[in-house]
Design a protein. Sequence first.
Length: 381
Amino acid sequence: MTLTFPFSTAGQAVADLYTAGTGIRTWLFRHGLRRQQRLRAKVISIGNIAWGGTGKTPFTIWLAQRLSAAGWRPSILTRGYGRTSAEPVRIFFPGASPEDARTDGDEVQLYLRHSVKVPLGIAASRYTAGRTIEERFRVDVHLLDDGFQHLSLARDLDIVLLDARNPWAARWGLSRVLRESPRALRRAHAMVITNCNLLADGGEKKLDSLREKLRRINPGAPQFLATTRLTHFVETRRGRSVSPDAMKGRRALAFCGIGNPENFFAALNDAGVRCLERKPFHDHHAYREEDLKDLAAFAQELGADCLLTTEKDLVNLPAAAELDMPLYWAAMQFEVQEEAALLGWIAESLGVSINSPAPARSGAGGAGAPAVAAVSGVRSH
């Protein structure tokens, strides 16, 4: 205990120092000492103040699908965290295969796995990716994935996500691990509180307290609630679907490498799935063959009869991974409780109709184009 306290104190100081540094950078942009670049189409930033775990990727998928269904022409701009592709800019055309994105990070693969039939731009400079897309497609709105701190690109709306179970990202023995101070939420135009259904007993009171605190920080930002539910499992060898009820009699070892592993474990518990052990890895963990062998050996020691993981972890497994026991990934459904209200607020804020495309300001293109294009010789800003 005497060792843990100094370590936690030092770790918290380092985390707070990073948060302060981000605040200084924000101040420079706010006062015009650093310039923003603006795309021709509208930009909706989707981000958070925590280090992962709030559901940005599922929300971006959800919003892209809803806007497309409403007649809009969205694109997604992302850094492509963990990508190993060498090109400064990668553009994925609608209908591209997830296999084409094996070197572009797990988030890009998830967008393609979920048939988000919109252009995807991957680059350190999301402005460069957006301009490249605008040269090839008619785009009404760009969804800036993980964009709250990407202040070099101007945005029309900032939607910030917070995890209902852990809004200030307490982990590793620290009370908060934040990219920015909660005061940064004053920049948000709206806030979405995710994983509301995973709150334990007394969750309604905890949620009310969080919402009140957020109102004190930013009284003008509307708040929306979202849930993440486990709908079924998919067995990786044969691709067959299994209901949560059918998994209740199994003895599983669950593992994951996501921003907040406890949310996955809570979803399993909420679905009544029994886990003999839970093994967390760091976010975006790229699994090696040795990792899988160790997991399978551990599972056998426990008497487990299967392994459970997330879809995000699935795409981070070795391409030719083979196991001696069944491996299932959990299919999750993201829902915004006030869906119509959120979409209506977006349309009103952007000054367009939700039932028709926003006025297109960029050029047409994309017909007959390949599934993925690499753009070389482009500087990142």
